[in-house]
Design a protein around this ligand. Structure first.
Ligand code: ACM
Length: 487
């Protein structure tokens, strides 16, 4: 009889005696709220209104926290209890795993997430990935109970989302003359690159993710990482004209703070807000050198008019101005941890990428925070010896490092811990050229992060991760998902 190898490890598993191979089809009874959960089982079991084996989805009113569920298998019946649509979806992901693994074991599982924000970030600016591949990525995420896909849509090297009111963003901003050569980063490869997602593409992916319980968080990076937009519309910048950048690195080019730039960004955010029904829009805010604003007449004028002391504080003014636009659109801003240093409004969710100290500083200042530190959650790092791995950006973050990540260690005072919404890993794609490589970088490290994000500390450190993750790789293979071998 096989072990129960659900990943992320559930809160509690009570194993009974026996297992059964269910006759087909299964009869399903479910309230409307469980419709998407039922649909998510459609490719692993044949479902019908009647059948000797039954799956019953039962709504438990108000008793279970969001995303929590109870899954009981008693031959030949499966009972799924939850209080929300998301709870049913997370239960279905556990049931999918059991069904994949063989005869259904008699078991009672009680489960609930440790953190509310369980994210993966994908950079499509440096290299974009076809929609079908992003959907497969979402499938792999959903199976492991992730609930946020952070979509990094704009950067110096490309603007990848259609904005109908500013068409040059894609006709110009989605194209670059060349990219760094593979294996020789200082040289160009001489090959033009172009890609973007139409608004129909965006709606398709957002809807696909939504039925799987994943909210897509779009990122429009500002005021830096904006060179592709400035190549399309130099008049919204604060310096000389720019080209879509053909190199990796930190550009000094910034959006302006004059009225033309602000109304352009308002237009962009309006279209973005309409495309993404979720509550969050990520405004970037990282790596914005102030050199351009220090010598820009418009910036000087703005600082004087607004009583802002210097160019760094002006980034705070800029961020507050954009947060006000989002508030009008009913959205909440998310931003990288640099915005702490310039004065971000309290409603900004701070994504701490540099280290946990920045997360705690944000929490101390009253922000909700998401931890995605370079030390444990940068999946563009090497995961094995450099000589035997595909070219990566640098660093070293292997599977064990990710799984050892304790987001809430003893250094967190309770008062600040309540602001920690969750964790995320970031897949920057400077050196990731296609979806197969994206998956290679994501899995199995993403499976380790799924446990950090969902499982209790006790369940995660029960000594069973090695077998759970090995089984998860088999399930991903069955879905056509690539992964790095576990070494
Ligand atoms: C970042 O890695 N610049 C957020």
């Amino acid at each position: 009889m096989g072990e129960i190898l659900i990943l992320p490890a559930p809160l509690s598993v009570e194993r009974g005696t026996g297992a059964f191979d269910a006759p087909r089809p299964w009869g399903v009874h479910a309230p409307a709220m469980a419709k998407d959960a039922v649909a998510s089982l459609g490719d692993v079991v044949r479902l019908a209104d009647r059948g000797r084996a039954q799956i019953l989805f039962a709504e438990v009113e108000g008793d279970l926290p969001p995303e929590a569920y109870v899954l009981t298998v008693e031959a030949p019946r499966v009972r799924v209890e939850a209080s929300t649509r998301e709870g049913f979806l997370r239960a279905a992901s556990s049931l999918r795993q059991l069904l994949h693994d063989g005869p259904l074991p008699v078991v009672r599982i009680e489960d609930a997430p440790r953190f509310a924000w369980r994210g993966l970030h994908v950079d499509v600016a440096r290299h974009a990935f076809p929609l079908a591949d992003l959907k497969r990525f979402v499938d792999a995420m959903a199976l492991q109970k992730f609930n946020r896909l952070h979509w990094h849509l704009t950067d110096d090297q490309g603007w990848r989302i259609e904005i109908t009111s500013w068409p040059r963003l894609t006709s110009v901003g989605s194209r670059r003359a060349e990219s760094p050569r593979r294996g020789a980063r200082e040289e160009g490869d001489g090959t033009p690159y172009a890609a973007y997602y139409t608004q129909d593409d965006v709606r398709e992916l957002v809807a696909y993710a939504a039925v799987r319980g994943i909210s897509v968080v779009p990122e429009i990076d500002m005021p830096g990482h904006a060179q592709a937009a400035l190549a399309a519309y130099p008049q919204v910048g604060s310096g000389a004209p720019a080209e879509v950048w053909t190199r990796w690195g930190i550009s000094e080019r910034l959006f302006g703070v004059h009225d033309k730039a602000l109304s352009f960004l308002d237009d962009v955010l309006e279209e973005v807000a309409a495309l993404f029904p979720g509550p969050f829009v990520h405004l970037g805010g990282d790596e914005a050198p102030t050199a351009e604003w220090e010598v820009c007449a418009h910036a000087a004028e703005r600082m004087q008019a607004e009583g802002v002391a210097d160019a760094r504080a002006l980034q705070g003014w800029f961020h507050r101005r954009m947060a006000a636009t989002l508030a009008r659109l009913g959205k909440r801003p998310v931003a990288w941890d640099e915005v702490l240093e310039c004065g971000a409004p309290k409603e900004t969710i701070v994504m701490a990428w540099r280290d946990a100290a920045h997360a705690q500083a944000a929490a101390r200042a009253g922000h909700d925070v998401v931890l995605c530190p370079m030390s444990h959650a940068y999946f563009d790092h090497y995961q094995g010896p450099e000589a035997s791995e595909p070219e990566a950006i640098g660093g070293f973050t292997d599977l064990a490092t990710v799984h050892s990540f304790e987001p809430l260690d003893d250094t967190w005072p309770a008062e600040q811990a309540k602001h920690l919404l969750g964790v995320q890993a970031n897949l920057w794609s400077e050196y990731i050229h296609d979806a197969e490589h994206l998956e290679y970088m994501a899995w199995p490290r993403g499976s380790a992060l799924a446990e950090v994000a969902w499982s209790s500390r006790e369940a995660r450190t029960d000594g069973g991760f090695e077998v759970r993750v090995a089984r998860m790789m088999e399930r991903l293979e069955a879905m056509g998902v690539t992964h790095r071998r576990i070494s």
